[in-house]
Unconditional design. Sequence first.
Length: 250
Amino acid sequence: MRERLLGQIDDVAALDELSRLRVNYDQAHAPESGFEAAEGHWHVDSSTTRLGREGPGPPELGGLWETACHLVGAYEFADARILRGVYRRDSALLGRNMLLEGRFFGLRFYFGVRVTGVIDEERDAGDGPERVWGWCYQTLEGHLEQGRLSYEVIKHLTTGQVAFRVAGYSRPAPIGNPIVRLGFFLFGRWTQRRFYRNIQVRITELVRAAQRGRPLPSPAVRPDGIVLAPWGVRPHRLERLAQGWIHPGS
């Protein structure tokens, strides 16, 4: 993990570094192995937002489910005011390393995650079959947290209802810097919950806008193939103020 005030790092070098890092916790002692085997205190989160409805049966071509899958696959549902993702366009989704840029006022935190699972299945939900697509990532060494997070787009094939689900487990990782450790203790969980709420709102708004005919946003892709997601990342007002102070007239 690296922290910078009002500045950025070399994201290409940082992405290269992620390939040498491992998942930063023992999955055998995580909630996914069963709560009886879970070691230490974990936050377990799950929330689902209804996006709308299609006709019953398989997902419609270019319909609501496919639109939501596109947004989830491109990491366009993220709230750039809190978290931005950086990855290589030519990297396969499964196994993809992502550099996450956490933003808290003028301070930026950089840490890595790896996509360790892709969900593409039809499953029985108890009240009927569901078509599900999504992916999950796990935290890497140096992350402020330990855990796994999944994002799924779900269509109930009987009712046609389409939903977006975010679920995962997490706990603070050991943090050496005492100031960062205190800040994460005070604001980490609050920021995490805010992110979960905001991505539900964002994907709902984007899907509904697409249904009204507005084009879907796409992440920015640099000439070197680095993807910056979501689209339209803007600096915080404190960053703009500092930039003007450092470079008057800019």
